[in-house]
Design a protein around this ligand. Structure first.
Ligand code: PLP
Length: 392
């Protein structure tokens, strides 16, 4: 019997994927030359579809890479010479920060506990005190007085010489979503800085104002309901310019997937390497399906389903939502504390052909994570809720 995957990635496939896979086989997509006109059509249909679905400006370029994790590395490599700054509140934002450290950058972070968001309305730019350490992670929360002036000021502090500010819009490990309009305001306050936003587990729901961001990326095995193996990066002219500048000044920015090379090929509706043509085909088709439904409807349905789930946990006698502050509750990844019931509940649902995710890290055995992606329609959510209610 077919299972329902409420896992946060890989996730339930979008209902139309099966038909598109068959069509791909029939059209012999797997044997197409990636330098031919038919491939260019697939590439451009994926790109133009995404532009319309997510309202991506014409002057932003869309690149295809292999994963969300690759997108983090490409981001840091291509636009950071020395200093990046990271908002860290879980496993994926930490991965972004660690990537910068591993690439030898001077990465700094503000870190809050799992399940928390940030006071983004009170971000302040601060001057760095001379002699800050290079290549080490500096936790501004714990050591701000060591390195920064104005340590008494409330709210996150960003050193003014930071080149790139990195956000994880939806922290999949904890179910915290940062308000997109607050992230957009950071660009307004610091127009000279580049802004990177990981929307891996919030796309296509995420309502991003691309004009207020420079690099936005996601992979397709979460909200787009496709098999894993394809990452998408949306890159601003300013970020491209920075990558070109770094390259001209002798900085290493990667090889085949550096921004100038990706851009050169993207302009021809092609990729530097032989890509997963199959994935691009499936993505173009699913994006078309989503356009038919309409992004507003998809967002509305996501909110509606999220409300059903959060209401259930709020009313439950012993279980509760992990994220207490409602401004940060993710509509796409719902995390609940269910304590000692967890293992038994997972088994119980499995017998009913429903697969759910465990908690992350220290909460692995006491929390559940539920994906609320477009591939799971309202009846599936209602079926899950009925079973959760029945579970004793
Ligand atoms: C899953 C995930 C990633 C990693 O993406 P991959 O495609 O698995 O490399 C990065 N960031 C977030 C927020 C994620 O949920």
């Amino acid at each position: 019997m077919k299972k329902s995957y409420f896992t946060v990635g890989p996730s339930e496939l979008y209902p139309t994927v099966k038909g598109h896979v068959l069509e791909a086989i029939e059209q012999q997509i797997g044997s197409l030359s990636h330098r031919g006109a038919k491939f260019e059509d697939i590439f451009s249909s994926a790109v133009e579809g995404m532009r319309r679905l997510l309202s991506i400006p014409e002057d932003y370029t869309i690149f295809f890479v292999s994963s969300g994790t690759e997108a983090m590395e490409r981001t840091i490599e291509n636009v950071v010479e020395k200093n990046s700054f990271h908002f860290v509140n879980g496993a994926f934002s930490k991965r972004f920060f660690d990537t910068a450290l591993e690439l030898g950058k001077h990465a700094e972070k503000i870190e809050v506990d799992l399940g928390q968001g940030f006071d983004l309305n009170n971000v302040r730019g601060v001057t760095r005190v001379k002699g800050s350490r290079q290549g080490t992670g500096i936790d501004l929360k714990d050591h701000s007085s060591e390195h920064l002036r104005d340590e008494r000021a409330a709210g996150p502090q960003i050193p003014i010489d930071v080149e790139l500010i990195c956000f994880t819009h939806n922290e999949t490990s904890t179910g915290v979503m940062l308000p997109a309009e607050q992230i957009a305001k950071i660009k307004q306050a610091y127009p000279d800085k580049l802004i990177a936003i990981d929307i891996v587990s919030s796309a296509p729901y995420a309502h991003i104002d691309f004009a207020k961001a420079d690099i936005v990326f996601f992979s397709v095995q979460k909200g787009f309901g496709l098999p894993a193996g394809l990452g998408v990066m949306v890159v601003s002219p300013k970020a491209l310019e920075k990558a070109g500048f770094l390259q001209q000044h002798g900085n290493y920015i990667g090889t085949y997937h550096n921004f100038p090379t990706l851009k050169k090929w993207a302009d021809k509706n092609q990729t530097p390497e032989t890509p997963s043509v199959f994935h691009l085909f499936l993505l173009s088709k699913v994006v078309e399906d989503m356009l038919t439904i309409g992004i507003d409807t998809i967002r509305q349905q996501t909110d509606e389903k999220a409300k059903l789930l959060y209401d259930f946990f709020d009313k439950h006698s012993s279980w509760n939502s992990f994220v207490e502050d409602k401004t940060f509750r993710s509509p796409t990844v719902i995390v609940a504390n269910i304590g000692i019931d967890q293992k038994r509940l997972k088994e119980y649902l499995k017998k009913e052909h429903i697969i759910i995710g465990s908690g992350y890290g220290p909460n692995k055995d006491t929390q559940i994570r539920l994906a609320n992606f477009p591939a799971l329609p309202i009846p599936d959510i209602k079926k899950l809720l009925a079973l959760l209610k029945k579970f004793q």
